[in-house]
Design a protein around this ligand. Structure first.
Ligand SMILES: [Fe+2]
Ligand SMILES: [Fe+2]
Length: 142
């Protein structure tokens, strides 16, 4: 049986996920605001695949073996993690709205909604990466 990754391994994998998410955010930003002209037609399909990626990412972070384990090992991180969970819920609400509207909104309006979501996500991910780095530093012996 394959051994499960350590908590350190899981935290590192979340940091890798963040790097991947940053690339997707850049593609979406470019589709929302091309250097000239209106938002790109690819914005709708990109938004749909982004929603899948983001929901999976939030679920992986919220897994008992990740956020839950961090809180168990150091309860001082509990309040900060509770805040990150609330932000996930807020962004899931926007994704739910987008499920219903991605193919109905005109491209300019879709670009406005997606851009606002990306700004929320970027702030959230910056806070979360800082938290993960703090946790890894706290875990490191010596
Ligand atoms: Fe998160
Ligand atoms: Fe994250």
């Amino acid at each position: 049986m394959k051994e499960l990754p350590s908590l350190f391994g899981r935290v590192t994998s979340v940091l890798t996920d963040h790097a991947r998410l940053r690339e997707t955010v850049q593609r979406l930003r470019a589709a929302c605001r091309p250097p000239s002209g209106p938002p790109s037609d690819s914005l709708r399909e990109l938004t749909v695949s982004f929603a899948v990626l983001l929901r999976d990412h939030f679920s992986a972070e919220e897994a008992e073996g990740n956020f839950g384990e961090i809180c168990r090992q150091n309860p001082e991180f509990g309040d900060v993690i509770a805040l990150r969970r609330l932000e996930h819920d807020q962004m899931r609400g926007i994704l739910d709205d987008l499920d219903a509207s991605t193919f109905r909104l005109d491209l300019a309006d879709l670009a406005t909604v997606v851009s606002a979501l990306l700004s929320l996500l970027e702030r959230h991910e910056a806070e979360e990466s800082a938290l993960m780095r703090e946790f890894v530093a706290w875990k490191r012996p010596g």
